[in-house]
Design a protein around this ligand. Structure first.
Ligand code: NAD
Length: 256
């Protein structure tokens, strides 16, 4: 009986159209806490309070949001990609990666070498800020410089509109193109790999289901159980960095 790592490696070696879905768990080994583990920034701030509705309707809320943003962004900016991000980038170099759908907003996949064309950020990115009125975009650092200079609720320099980090907040519509593309890729994949996601946030959590319905096999790498575990051909209950490194090494061994 092959071990889960050996089974996952066989599936990777056989596949040619892999779609990866990564969640906050892939970045915890880079020092960015996920939402659901104890401790860290999310014990200080309740993410469910930061709804889109609150942000657009309440200037006091925006001030609090930007204060939190300064703290969280410092963590994101100091983080480095880990072995799991590098393993996913290796899947692309092996010519096997069809798409990389990420729920993360930290930009670590691109920094590990995954090409921007393959990465679909379905919850947006924390590295950019956009104007909710005219759509102008600017690097997060530019807005943070204004916060450090004393502004508390910076407005768009062009039209005076509300500026918001380019992430998808609770209650905000999912980005249409990214969501459509993520499902289209899932339906065309022959192997769908979930790495570090609790699979409770929809619609991302429905992607592996759609992939399986379309004939793909499923690999799940996660520390804790997920609602899709019983559908997985290989279930790796461990740290993403160790598990993904072992899978890629074993898959390369099978190819040579
Ligand atoms: P989640 O917090 O719901 O679940 C993370 C899962 O990863 C958990 O089940 C946990 O057991 C697992 N995990 C933690 N560390 C792991 C490790 N080292 N190896 C393997 N598994 C590990 O995350 P989610 O499913 O992505 O959904 C939460 C939302 O939070 C997402 O929408 C995302 O946008 C946002 N978020 C993003 C970041 C980031 O960009 N790094 C960080 C926190 C939250």
């Amino acid at each position: 009986m092959p071990s889960p790592i050996e089974r996952a490696a066989e599936l990777v070696a056989e596949a040619s159209d892999i779609v990866v879905l990564s969640g906050a768990g892939i970045s915890t080994e880079s020092g960015i806490p996920d939402f659901r583990s104890p401790g860290g920034i999310w014990s200080k701030y309740d993410p469910s309070e930061f709804t889109y509705q609150n942000f657009v309707s309440n200037p006091e809320h925006r001030v609090r949001y930007w204060t939190m943003g300064l703290e969280i962004h410092a963590v994101l900016a100091g983080a480095r990609p880990n072995a799991a991000h590098h393993a996913v980038a290796e899947l692309e170099r092996m010519g096997k990666l069809r798409a990389l759908v990420t729920q993360n907003i930290d930009g670590l996949h691109q920094r590990a070498g995954s090409s921007a064309q393959r990465v679909i950020e379905i919850h947006g990115t924390a590295l950019w800020v956009s104007c909710l009125s005219c759509g102008d975009r600017m690097p997060r650092e530019d807005v943070h410089a204004r916060l450090h200079a004393g502004e508390s609720d910076p407005a768009c320099n062009h039209c005076g509109g509300i500026l918001k980090p380019a992430t998808i907040s609770f209650g905000q519509a999912m980005p249409e193109r990214e969501t459509r593309e993520a499902f289209a890729h899932a339906e065309r994949s022959d192997l769908f790999m979930v790495i570090g996601s609790s699979l409770v946030v929809h619609p991302a959590a429905y992607l592996p289901v759609r992939a399986i319905e379309s004939g793909a096999k499923l690999v799940i790498v996660n520390l804790e159980p997920t609602p899709c575990d019983r559908m997985a051909t290989a279930l790796l209950r461990g740290k993403a960095g160790d598990a993904m490194t072992a899978v890629i090494e074993a898959a390369c061994g099978l190819r040579s």
